[in-house]
Ligand binder design. Structure first.
Ligand SMILES: Nc1ncnc2c1ncn2[C@@H]1O[C@H](COP(=O)(O)OP(=O)(O)OP(=O)(O)O)[C@@H](O)[C@H]1O
Length: 701
């Protein structure tokens, strides 16, 4: 538009300008970007280049033919069924009724015509004027007309009677044809214009094309201070079609923030004459705060059919890659990500929190390398279908379940320590360039770096718990901060996002926030992050019926979207697929033999248990690593020094061990063929200590 010679641009300073010259040429506000429906606000209209319409209509292009045929056939079928049901029950009786009325009306009109009723006022006027000549003349004319009209009517009546008589004496298929013609004609004649007999089977949605004038009027109707004239609103781009709707990019005048319109979404919708969930105003993060994007759908979001979740068929997933999580108002997929991300999900009760959490867990379930562990603290069993693939799962609103959830966080914390040590070693070996878990590292079972997806639904029950809440908050914060790079993903869902139920350290550090409907700014910002409400990212805009709608923050540009809908049976089917994937990969948790809660551990027996059959001596660092994987809750944060001290207490001294190394234990830290010396334990010493009854060191839980 700036290149258009017809539109004057702002004057540019040039050499003739001194620095105090003030350009008072008004900034051009631009003409309407498309033809207004009614009176234009501006007189000037910029000619648009010809729009070339596609030669083959969109519906008949390859790939679209099958859906078009399906859609047309479906529509035709619906229309046929709709009218088939109503024809005998409603249309025929109503048509007969109106046909009788039509016959009476027709008869009445014929009689009035015959009687020359239209002349009556003239005769009355002649009588009033006391003009007998005129009256007589009119009377004679009327009599003559009646005679002639009577003959016409008599002939018509005779023809009708003959016709009826013939049909009565010799009824046949033509009687039906006559009835099919005459009855609808009489019914049409008899029924008032506003009482149709046939009602439409399909009601087309109402859609008003967005025009510059309409958008300006709608924004003005928001009642924003400082925004009074339509000319103050300009359009940097033409209003154009965007997915199943239209997009208007609008520049508000200086000093007016796009957020001010967004917070009056309902008034904006009223100005556009559409339901609230048909219009989606958004800020444009990379532009100035006065630029607003208004997208108006062809239909309200509630009437638009969301595509089925692409993962519904249960195909394998790689948790290291993005996955379809939701759809935006234009029904485009919004991608989610689990690896390196912790999720905080918040909403008022019944907005769709548990469904969203379940969707994320189903994604994790479909990656056979991901371990699932978690608790649902409402106790309604919404996530029970996931139990078979969780290494630990609990559902309950009681203290025991809360305590178990706390145990899980303690374990996660220790797991972070253990994994941190492994990653450090891998980084030194050049296998973890960014010091974080990669798909390759996660695939090496000996390292124990597979993704762990831990979840707590209704986490306010844990964090607000009198006895366990404080510790849980501290642990969750640490797990969120440390676990991210280590393949530990924490998913928290709460229906009470307030400062007592959601520790600051947790709400401030979660990477991805998914906020479904909430009632106020405080809850909004607790879930989405400080000042999100001010920036127009407001989950308060969703209404009662907006199930599954929320704002997603932390994965690129904040976006309002609707999570895919997966019902209970659908979720169960996905879990069945997940079980098959896991059985194939050998990662199905063995629930029949749950890990016992042991009160004490025998260090020597544990070392013996993890001792590889082929080794005669083992370095302490390798023992520590193996012990940490055997019982992370006990040995998770042990170092070689801790081990050395513990062994000393049992009478075993660590000794120097020289050996060449294989790759599995050390990640090939050492070049092939070169030997290294480190402190460690000899198997015969260990065995002698165990056989000789040396008092093993007991470690209380
Ligand atoms: N993505 C979605 N699309 C359509 N409907 C949805 C979606 N997500 C949830 N719903 C509907 O919303 C209802 C409530 O969902 P859900 O049980 O997840 O809410 P909640 O926020 O967890 O509630 P509560 O806090 O009471 O547990 C569901 O019964 C479901 O029908």
């Amino acid at each position: 538009m700036a290149d258009d010679p017809q539109i004057p641009g702002p004057r540019q300073p040039d050499d003739d300008y001194d620095h105090e010259t003030v350009d008072i040429t008004p900034e051009p506000t631009g003409p309407p970007v498309d033809q207004p429906e009614r009176k234009p606000v501006f007189a000037a209209i910029v000619g648009k280049p010809d729009e070339r319409r596609p030669i083959v209509p969109a519906g008949l292009r390859r790939g679209n033919i099958a859906p078009t045929v399906k859609q047309t056939a479906g529509r035709a079928g619906h229309v046929a069924a709709y009218h088939a049901v109503r024809t005998p029950l409603w249309y025929v009786p109503l048509a007969l009724l109106w046909a009788v009325w039509g016959l009476l009306t027709l008869t009445s009109r014929a009689l009035r015509w015959w009687w020359v009723i239209e002349q009556a006022p003239l005769r009355q006027e002649a009588a009033t004027r006391n003009d007998p000549d005129a009256w007589m003349k009119l009377h004679r004319e009327a009599k003559a007309t009646r005679l002639y009209r009577g003959i016409v009517l008599g002939l018509a009546l005779a023809a009708v009677l003959v016709g009826v008589g013939v049909l009565a004496v010799q009824p046949g298929w033509y009687s039906a044809v006559v009835a099919l013609v005459v009855v609808p004609l009489l019914a049409r004649y008899g029924r008032p214009a506003d009482k149709p007999i046939v009602s439409p089977a399909v009601v087309k949605p109402q859609f008003r094309r967005l025009t510059a004038e309409l958008v300006r009027q709608a924004i003005l109707s928001c009642g924003i201070a400082g925004l009074k004239e339509p000319e103050q609103i300009t359009f940097p781009q033409e209003i154009h079609r965007d997915g199943p709707g239209q997009l208007a990019i609008v520049d508000l005048p200086p000093g007016v923030d796009a957020v001010e319109v967004i917070e009056r979404r309902s008034r904006l919708a009223s100005g556009l004459r559409v339901p609230v969930d048909q219009v989606w105003p958004e800020t444009m993060p990379k532009a100035h705060p006065g630029r607003l994007a208004i997208w108006q759908g062809y239909q309200p979001a509630s009437a638009m059919k969301q595509p089925a979740w692409p993962l519904l068929k249960g195909a394998k997933v790689d948790i290291f890659k993005p996955f379809p999580f939701a759809t935006d108002p234009r029904l485009r997929p919004v991608m989610g990500q689990l690896i390196y991300r912790n999720w905080l999900i918040g909403a008022m009760p019944g907005a769709g929190k548990t469904f969203s959490l379940r969707e994320l867990l189903l994604v994790a379930a479909l990656d056979p390398t991901a371990e699932l562990i978690g608790y649902e603290l409402k106790g309604t069993g919404d996530l029970d279908m996931l139990e078979p693939i969780c290494t630990k799962y609990g559902s309950g609103a009681d203290d025991d379940t809360v305590e178990e959830t706390l145990d899980m966080l303690r374990w996660l914390r220790q797991e972070c320590v253990r994994r941190g040590a492994v990653i450090k070693r891998m980084a030194r070996a050049g296998k973890a360039p960014e010091n974080k878990v990669t798909r390759e590292l996660a695939n090496m079972p000996d390292l124990g770096l597979h993704p762990v997806v831990a979840f707590v639904d209704e986490c306010q029950e844990l964090f607000a718990h009198g006895e366990y809440g404080k510790e849980a908050g501290d642990l969750a914060e640490k797990v969120i901060k440390l676990g991210r790079a280590l393949g530990i993903i924490l998913l928290l869902a709460t229906q009470r996002p307030d400062k007592d139920s959601l520790p600051k350290g947790v709400s401030a550090n979660a990477g991805v926030r998914w906020c479904l409907r909430v009632t106020g700014q405080v809850e909004n910002d607790m879930v989405l992050g400080t000042s999100m409400y001010k920036q127009g990212i407001r989950a308060t805009m969703f209404g009662d019926e907006d199930y599954g709608w929320g704002w997603l923050v932390g994965l690129g540009k904040p976006v309002s979207a609707r999570g895919y809908y997966v019902d209970g049976p659908g979720a169960k089917r996905i879990v069945e697929h997940a079980i098959r994937h896991r059985q194939g990969a050998g990662t199905m948790p063995e629930l029949d033999e749950p890990t016992p809660k042991v009160k004490a551990y025998n260090l020597l027996a544990d070392i013996r248990a993890v001792w590889p059959a082929s080794e005669e001596a083992l370095w302490s660092e390798l023992i520590v690593d193996r012990l940490a994987r055997l019982r992370p809750e006990i040995y998770g944060d042990w170092t070689v020094t801790t081990l050395g001290a513990a062994l000393k207490a049992t009478g075993i001294k660590t000794v120097s061990i020289h050996r060449k190394l294989d790759g599995m234990w050390t990640g090939n830290t050492h070049p092939e063929g070169r030997g290294w010396t480190k402190y460690g334990v000899r198997l015969d010493t260990l065995q002698a200590a165990i056989d000789g009854g040396a008092k093993p060191r007991e470690i209380a839980e």
